[in-house]
Design a protein around this ligand. Structure first.
Ligand SMILES: [Mg+2]
Length: 401
């Protein structure tokens, strides 16, 4: 059995808002085909044109090979060996960043493919199931340009999530920093006020996580503000500091008691290693595609487990990533939650319309998939429509230059 070819689909919403902070508006979807008629599907959360170039570019020397050429002709059943082959063969251009994100999409597709070939759900390829359902938390990120609307929307959405059966939610309380929504800039006392309003509305039994999206300028400010958040019983605070401020993370993790989560941007276990080994975080948050796929996410989970840490995948993409995270959590004992954006709470048509089949939340949980592979099915009409939208965006961009 051999891999015959790889298709890359660059997709965008029909009218993406380029100023919005949501990366759910675009996608790179890959399909890996075999000579006996099987196809595996994967995706990653990265600029899709860059990822496509990473996959389809020809190689030019032995340490800068083509990812497609490294796969074609290979047996798809040896997934870990294929991951290492892609990593080493692209090492001079890759090792981190977009090349690893692209390898992540391919690795997810290989798991879908092998599950279909073996006629088993993909999680059985990763290990033994440690649960019969996965617990999603609702990820809430409104796009508004003033504080009152932001607070009103977040509290309303959180209550809506609770009414839908979610037992946990993570509102983005991002009132400063690079992710601040539509120029929203407020003093930190407003963030404290907003988190207090969320806790009061949701009651004491609901799991509340807060994402501040790299908003604090330094560890001192962060420690000062988070002292006021101790009363809110937060499950974690996500990415308080810039991603590369490892020293700052160490201080925030060790000088106060609210658990710190980070890792959504990181590629490979090697980028997680300093955070995990030096005690800078309590929760590792690999994005399954971005970290390098299910193979690499499992390596991160094992590294975290050895330190007694939890791992809760980041997820802001389509049902393909929902499926990947569900299969990951099925076999990962230190994974109590997965991030989840309900399609009907998303502003993105891509999130809502790309698939005809994906794992569903039922009574607040996602039961383990039973179909072969990931258990997702592409809607071919939607795929064409989103690919056309991406082509138009590319043409508009070219005309402006
Ligand atoms: Mg985040």
């Amino acid at each position: 059995m051999k891999i015959t070819h790889v298709d890359c689909h660059v997709l965008t919403d029909p009218d993406p808002d380029l100023s919005a902070t949501s990366s759910a508006q675009d996608d790179i979807v890959v399909e890996i085909h075999t000579d006996n008629g099987f196809t595996g599907i994967g995706e990653a959360d990265v600029n899709p044109w860059i990822a496509r170039a990473c996959i389809t570019a020809p190689g030019s020397h032995s340490m800068g090979q083509s990812l497609t050429d490294l796969l074609v002709g290979e047996d798809p059943r040896e997934i870990e060996e294929l991951w290492d082959r892609l990593y080493v063969g692209s090492a001079m251009n890759g090792r981190r960043g977009a090349v690893i994100n692209a390898i992540g999409a391919l690795d997810i597709a290989l798991h879908d493919l092998l599950g279909k070939i073996n006629d088993v759900p993909a999680y059985t390829l990763l290990g033994t199931a440690v649960r019969d359902h996965v617990v999603p938390y609702a990820s809430l990120q409104p796009e508004t340009d003033n504080f009152d609307a932001y607070q009103e929307t977040l509290v309303r959405w959180a209550l809506d999530a609770q009414a839908r059966g979610f037992t946990a939610a993570k509102p983005s309380v991002t009132l400063d920093g690079p992710y601040a929504h539509r120029g929203l800039r407020e003093p930190w006392s407003r963030a404290t006020e907003l988190i207090g309003a969320l806790r009061a509305a949701l009651g004491d039994d609901f799991t509340l996580m807060i994402d501040v999206q790299y908003a604090f300028p330094d560890a001192d400010t962060c420690l000062d503000v988070m002292r006021d958040w101790r009363a809110f019983d937060l499950y974690f605070v996500e990415t308080p500091l810039a991603s590369d401020d490892i020293g700052g993370y160490y201080r925030v993790a060790t000088e106060q008691n609210i658990p710190i989560a980070a890792g959504e941007w990181l590629a490979t276990r090697f980028e997680f290693e300093p955070l995990i080994e030096r005690g800078c975080i309590s929760i590792a948050q690999p994005d399954i595609g971005r970290v390098g796929g299910l193979t690499e996410a499992r390596r991160v989970a094992r590294m975290a487990d050895r330190k007694g840490l939890r791992v809760i995948p980041h997820l802001w993409k389509t049902g393909i990533s929902v499926a990947a995270a569900t299969h990951f959590a099925a076999v990962t004992s230190n994974c109590p939650f997965v991030e989840y954006l309900p399609p009907d709470l998303s502003a993105s048509p891509l999130r809502q319309q790309l698939l005809t089949r994906e794992p569903q939340m039922i009574d607040g949980v996602i039961p383990l998939p039973t179909e072969p592979g990931l258990g997702v099915e592409l809607d071919r009409d939607s795929l064409r429509r989103f690919a056309d939208a991406a082509d138009q965006l590319l043409a508009r961009s070219a005309r402006r230059r």
